[in-house]
Ligand binder design. Sequence first.
Ligand code: GLU
Length: 596
Amino acid sequence: MFTKSAKFALPVLLVTPFYSWGFSYETPSISPESESGYEEKPGWEAESFAVAAANPLATDAGYQVLKAGGNAIDAAIAVQMVLNLVEPQSSGIGGGAFLMHYDGSEVRAYDGRETAPQGVNGELFLQNGEPLAFTDAVVSGLSVGVPGTLRMLEKAHAEHGELAWEELFTPAITLAEEGFAVSNRLHASLTSDEFLRQDPLASQFYYDSEGAAIAVGETLKNPALAEVLRRVATQGSAALHEGSVAEDIVERVQNHPERPGSLSVEDMRGYEALDREPLCTPWQQWEVCGFPPPSSGHLTVMQILGMLEQQPLLEAPFDDGAPSSGWLHQFLEASRLAFADRGRYIADPDFVEAPGGDWSLMLAPDYLEQRSELIEEMSMGDSAEPGNPGELAVSWASQPDQPEYGTSHISIVDEEGNAVAMTTTIEQAFGSRILSDGGTGLAGGFLLNNELTDFSFSPEVDGDPVANRVEPGKRPRSSMSPTLVFDQESGELVASLGSPGGAAIIHYTARTLVALRDWGLSAQEALNLPHAITLGGDVYVEEGRFPEETIASLRERGHTVSERELTSGLQAIRRLNDGTLFGGADPRREGVVMGD
Ligand code: GLU
């Protein structure tokens, strides 16, 4: 069934057939990850189809769907529903997502981003004129946007699905009813979270009476989620967006004990997933397709890569298993410049105009050449200013930096050659820390996002408006960068990839693309590389993973460098020259790849 290296990383399988697709499904039992948080992975080969997700149970659900003749969209739905159950801290039906799809001829960008309720205004996160403390804003009803993941998947399925919608919920419903073994990562996230215990439903469901998180390996059932998913399976997204489930979500948001939000049943009912025009950017022999605004992902990734193309070629950009200090310097300086543009210009395109009326002007080779010339031997430090890619009627102020976290990435290539890159989120780990049981009165449920904290807390700076300020019906700027890569000459798919990681998603994705194209690394080796990031100020390098000399050399060039954990959750599937696939999953998380 599996090729050799796929078998190598397969979890032990307990056989419990129960699915209705006429084949026997096997409920995998997962041996928990090591505490280290970094687990070597082999990479996985597959002949014709593969699925990569952040949790083995979720990957397995996608694999079973593909094996039963489902396509990439079908598999993505099954994967997402299982992720909601087993990795509830990162994504689910209470959140939003972006999905890039390739159907063998056309690339589409589905926007399921959360949307601000009609009852908000630019002052949402201000108190007496001052921005709220970030955590106060997150742990509240204020931060909850209208969820969009389910409506987006429903739209994509209506246009491309192969198997019946209803069947795609079977893996998640079954696992929710029968229970799954709590993973190391879920346990660790529950233990370290300071706020989830304050939610009455979540404290009963995930913790014991002393506040200890459910143990690794213990079986957790989620009857409330099973019931909600059963309704969604038969009634579609209306079962979430209308009626008693929507009412329960609204009630919890509006009755948040400290900071209630305005989300209404009309907001819930009115949510629409959107089609966006994907951005496809030539990059030497490749064409890289990614998500347009409201994500800043593709524009910022490709600005960085475009500036790097203009930099002097280095003798050793990649040295001894890690990017060299010379390459890192160029990469970090390009990041500073790209993040300056991002902070000034990028927001929901239904509310703000692109510079010069066209987002792709931010990627014009002339413009990037001019930007790249600002990179010198010594670091520009925190002094990067936005450039001027095109005229604007409004003079925007730059958005001050804010933290972003959480999230999960799914990559799939099916037997027909369709591909999905989907990044899915409830923003922070456990989102707003509000668990909804959908009004079922059963134990468990799903978490509501805090995506609205991806808006700028300050609507203006020195009298100028911030492009990404809060407005009713607007979608907050994202960093999510689901990416599909093609060979320019043949038009063939080359890779599907993406990652969580807040604003650092952009660095993780950009660096992975360079490693795949220029450094000859496999999809697994590329994900293993140590990370280095900057949003324009300090540089953070992944703790304990760079040689001392590299860090010293960056400091000599004027970067302020410190080490920290940089928990990406990259997933990548690469199509090789012989047409077979090779997938990688981030060693920093629990993900695996499965395929045949
Ligand atoms: N909310 C973030 C965004 O949409 C993602 C958070 C994360 O990846 O950790 O950009």
